[in-house]
Design a binder for this molecule. Structure first.
Ligand code: SF4
Length: 438
């Protein structure tokens, strides 16, 4: 007797992978599969992996092994693996994660329903030819969402394998993206996080010219949204037109995530970033000049092959000068298939570690000083989680991207999850702020 098969999905890695997971879940729901959060309650577990760094691959392998173990301990019948590890680490998956029933590549995501049906059988799929209503899945809390505007990347950064996994850059049509944003706003999304591998080259393939400013202008008109945040910009592609939108939007925030990766000319050259320190200095000055409160988030890598102590000092001096509002730092990870994997001058792990800690100590000082300077001022926030017992409401200011940045803690049980509010800052607690409703 056919029944509605039950699927669960474990989504790992970056927001772009999360958007893929939402697509997979949407296709399954549109074909009458039930999708549950707890893998133990499912017939089929899908693990959407991240293959970006050693640590993320380890996390993915652990999740896969956990799912495979459920096959003997619970009613789980099949385990499928998707995501970036399928593209670049098949041998490792086969060696390190026996018991997986199928590896699903990006090219097969559109038919995930049939793959699951073929593997587990007995699914009460909608009748052939029956009208299938597209179900829109969300894996983020109701009040924020990610909008992926393109897939793939045309850059050749020496430390990165994403282009070989996700292919060349393909922009999604502006009309579809605006329609998606309206749908998201219609379902209560207030914060739209615009993501891509490199968001700044949006449109260059599809329209033969950079079209990100035009897209952001259209998104800026979408009723119901409060904040539109732009992530993953590439330093050389931040045009004056883009800076103009970012600094004059109604909903588009004066905020930009632009990973610089390093600041020493010869390290940037070895990374094949296509620019030097001067471009980064000019970019920081242009953004700060464009809006009095412009906030910049960035990411850096320490211990890239050939990085000398002097290069690292150059990076520290640049960070001390730029005073980025938010920063993430990674130790260089030697990626199989990347150009840098074969470079001379590989930096010993203990040196990477020591440099990572020195850099984080500097950034912590800058961040704590900036937080302290905010005491007494007011700041706009979105409430991510309401107060629960002794735990204050956990909010996030417009300066903070979801899941990766700081919080604003408010001991007020009138604040509801998803609500936008203005908070008077009364205290700095390290990276976080605390306050009361203004
Ligand atoms: S811009 Fe560079 S680091 Fe980012 S995905 Fe493309 S190749 Fe990788």
């Amino acid at each position: 007797m056919k029944t509605r098969r039950i699927v669960s999905l474990v989504s790992l890695g970056c927001p772009k992978n999360l958007v893929d997971s939402e697509g997979l879940v949407g296709t399954l729901l549109s074909n009458d599969f039930r999708v549950v959060a707890n893998p133990k309650e499912s017939d089929v577990v899908i693990v959407n992996t991240c293959g970006f760094l050693d640590a993320s691959r380890k996390e993915s392998l652990d999740a896969i092994r956990g799912a495979v173990a459920l096959k003997s301990a619970t009613g789980v019948k099949r385990v499928l693996v998707a995501g970036c590890m399928v593209g670049n680490y098949r041998e490792l998956l086969e060696k390190e994660a026996p018991g997986v029933d199928a590896l699903v590549g990006f090219g097969d995501y559109h038919r995930i329903d049939r793959i699951v049906e073929d593997l587990v059988g007995g699914h009460a799929a909608p009748e052939f030819g029956a009208e299938r209503r597209r179900v829109d899945a969300a894996l983020t809390p109701r009040h924020y969402a990610y909008l992926k505007i393109s897939e793939g990347c045309d850059h050749t950064c020496a430390f990165c394998v994403i282009p070989s996994i996700r292919g060349a850059m393909r922009s999604f049509p502006t009309e579809d993206l605006v329609e998606r944003a309206r749908t998201l706003a219609g379902r209560g999304v207030r914060e739209l996080n615009v993501v891509a591998q490199d968001s700044t080259v949006y449109g260059s393939d599809l329209y033969g010219e950079l079209r990100l400013p035009q897209l952001l202008r259209r998104l800026d008109e979408v009723e119901g949204l409060d904040w539109i945040r732009l992530l993953y910009a590439y330093p050389t592609e931040v045009t004056d037109g883009l800076i103009d939108v970012l600094s004059s939007g109604k909903r588009v925030l004066p905020w930009l995530d632009v990973p610089i990766q390093h600041a020493a000319d010869n390290v940037l050259a070895r990374m094949k970033r296509g620019h030097g320190r001067a471009v980064l200095e000019k970019l920081v000055e242009r953004l700060r000049r464009a809006h009095p409160r412009f906030a910049i988030r960035t990411t850096v890598i320490v211990g890239f092959p050939g990085e000398t102590e002097a290069d690292f000092e150059t990076l520290l001096q640049f960070l001390a000068w730029a005073k980025f509002d938010r920063l993430g730092a990674f130790r260089y990870s030697r990626e199989q298939g990347s150009a840098a994997a074969d470079l001379d001058g590989q930096v010993p792990e203990e040196v990477k570690d020591e440099r990572w800690h020195r850099l984080m100590a500097l950034q912590q000082r800058l961040a704590f000083d900036a937080a302290t300077a905010r005491v007494g001022s007011t700041i706009d926030v979105l409430v991510d989680a309401a107060k629960e017992g002794p735990r204050p409401a956990r909010c996030r200011s417009w300066l903070d991207a979801p899941e990766i940045d700081a919080n604003v803690l408010v001991d007020d049980d009138t604040l509801k999850a998803g609500e936008k509010a203005t908070i008077r800052v009364t205290e700095a607690r390290g990276y976080d702020l605390a306050g009361t409703r203004a």
